[in-house]
Ligand binder design. Structure first.
Ligand SMILES: [Zn+2]
Length: 571
């Protein structure tokens, strides 16, 4: 079956009582768009199940004429408001987002076309060293030149870099972008690009456009939200065609369900042939060497390797297998986003350390309704796991730390990622990226290795060769710091300001906006999932849907069914 707009699935007939006569109405679902249509048989070119009701048809024609008159009247009446809308100041027209009831993220402050950062230490994330006393000239969002003693062009905004350090902005390659409000928090913590691995292609395309047009203060948005959770009889080509048609640039692999080797291999091949990236989970049921050979580009959790490999042995967490695994992963060319912060948060919230999580200051930016679900008694991980489970999870966490260190030593490209989403308790957008820097450091990476993962290697994973380093012709996504991050990655928290695509957001401005947002968040009722665009077309006829009512982000992630090893951690 070829998926198309006309592909509807009949769900059956429903009798509807119209003026004491029973009229059959057909319910149709579009496999592609998930639309539910109610169609009267009168409008269908097919034999009727019941004779047409002639009297009803007469009333229908009167009703349609009345509707046409109403339509003309309202159409004429709307000309004036439409004209006002079109003539409104540009910011009101170009901002594609509804103003209410969501909290609208602010636009970044206006920046002049030329900005100069004078005499700063530039962090070379590839060489892992500082280049001292460099002046950076930024024009129209792009780094133009870097050098010693450059003069400041007239009209430029000059930022004093003396005693300061300039590093590329952080790239969080594993988030589930859910609301516009999160955008400001990312920018305010130095995250200048996020890759979303959720399920909302269209929403994140809209958000991306908002950031690119300077209508929203936030990070550049890369959407890898087109989810493939198995292959239907339509085959892999249909998945890839749907992905391309939806505007996706990346396919999110989801497992479970199980994949056959041919399905996984063919999907990866078809995706790459069309220029799409593909990554996410590993197909956990396959032997790891097969999965690696199939050429998927990235894996979004270190823990995926527990399910796809280590837990398949009777002795499970056997460190003797780490070295061979690191060699195999390196040889495959795969990039890995360890996402340690999410797993660690689960370990901590299951045990007594939840007390320390609950008082963390960044929770003031979490919508109240979300926060209620993070705290006991609603916390889903405390409902699921006992204290004894917590110890096993901690063992698995410590094992992952060693795995990450081994991958790094073997030369596996690693990237920063957090899994930040409302479904991941205590993993707050942006703040968790700063925590992940620390997680990678505690796993044994040097500051230079951590910064590399957080910038250039994340850019490569996310398919963005235009950023991730401070160099001419690169996008001006950067952080100005008051301390050297190569001395200590915690210095990334000591911001002087953040720049996204050449728009300078001073720390003062960011903190002011964050404080305003905190007030709004606290005042607001339960959060709901915000929709900024029509439902994503990411799930198509060709894609096997997740179980009803289950979105990728609430699959029982980290439900390490620790005994069977067939466990399920989300995302
Ligand atoms: Zn995830």
């Amino acid at each position: 079956m070829q998926a198309s707009d006309q592909t509807y699935l009949s769900l059956g007939w429903v009798p509807v009582n119209v003026r004491h006569r029973t009229v059959p109405i057909a319910l149709n679902a579009s496999a592609r768009y998930g639309l539910l249509q109610a169609v009267s048989p009168m409008s269908m070119d097919r034999p009727l199940a019941h004779p047409a009701n002639q009297g009803w048809r007469k009333y229908r024609s009167v009703a349609m004429q009345a509707a046409a008159v109403v339509g003309v009247v309202f159409g004429v009446a709307s000309i004036v408001p439409l004209g006002m809308y079109l003539l409104a100041p540009p910011d009101r027209v170009t901002n594609p987002l509804p103003a209410e009831p969501i909290i609208v993220s602010p636009a970044p402050p206006e920046s002049p076309p030329v900005i100069v950062i004078r005499d700063a230490g530039v962090v070379d994330v590839e060489a892992g060293r500082i280049r001292e006393r460099q002046t950076i000239v930024i024009r129209n969002g792009v780094i133009e030149t870097i050098g010693e003693g450059l003069t400041v062009p007239p009209g430029a905004l000059a930022i004093d870099g003396r005693g300061r350090y300039v590093m590329p902005g952080l790239i969080d390659t594993h988030v589930h972008l859910t609301t516009n409000e999160e955008l400001l928090i990312y920018a305010a913590t130095g995250v200048t690009t996020v890759q979303s691995l959720g399920d909302r292609v269209k929403d994140n395309q809209v958000r991306s456009a908002g950031v690119e047009a300077a209508a929203l203060a936030g990070p550049g948005v890369v959407s890898c939200d087109f989810v493939a959770a198995g292959v239907s009889s339509d085959g892999v080509e249909a998945i890839v065609s749907d992905a391309v048609a939806s505007g996706a640039e990346c396919i999110k692999m989801y497992s479970p369900p199980d994949w056959t080797n041919a399905q996984h291999r063919d999907l990866v091949k078809a995706a790459r042939a069309r220029g799409l990236r593909i990554g996410g989970h590993l197909p956990r049921n396959l032997p790891l060497d097969q999965a690696l050979a199939n050429g998927q580009q990235f894996v979004a959790h270190a823990e995926e390797f527990l399910y796809a490999y280590f837990f398949k042995f009777p002795d499970r967490l056997n460190e003797a297998r780490i070295a061979e695994n690191a060699t195999a992963v390196r040889a495959s060319g795969l990039s890995v986003t360890p996402t340690l912060v999410a797993y660690h948060a689960i370990v901590r919230q299951v045990g007594p350390e939840i007390d320390a999580l609950i008082v963390r200051p960044e929770l003031r930016y979490v919508p109240r309704g979300v926060l209620e679900r993070w705290k006991p008694p609603e916390n889903r991980y405390r409902k699921r796991f006992t204290a004894a489970d917590g110890e096993r999870l901690n063992d698995a966490f410590v094992f992952q730390q060693k795995l990450v260190r081994a991958w790094s030593d073997a030369g596996v490209p690693l990237a920063l990622g957090t899994d930040a989403s409302p479904m991941m308790p205590f993993v707050v957008p942006g703040f968790s990226a700063l925590d992940e820097l620390d997680e990678l450091r505690q796993a044994g990476l040097t500051p230079a290795q951590v910064l590399r993962a957080a910038t250039i290697d994340g850019a490569t994973l996310a398919g963005r060769s235009d950023r991730g380093v401070i160099a001419p012709a690169k996008r001006a996504d950067l952080i100005v710091l008051d301390a050297n991050p190569l001395d200590d990655v915690r210095h990334v928290r000591r911001r002087h300001g953040v720049m996204v695509k050449g728009r300078w957001m001073s720390e003062e401005w960011l903190q002011k906006e964050l404080a305003r947002r905190s007030e709004q968040t606290t005042a607001r009722g339960p959060a709901r999932r915000e929709q900024v665009a029509p439902p994503s077309t990411g799930l198509s006829a060709a894609v096997v849907r997740l179980p009803r009512g289950q979105r990728p982000e609430d699959s029982p992630n980290h439900s390490a069914d620790a005994e069977s090893g067939r466990s399920r951690i989300p995302h």
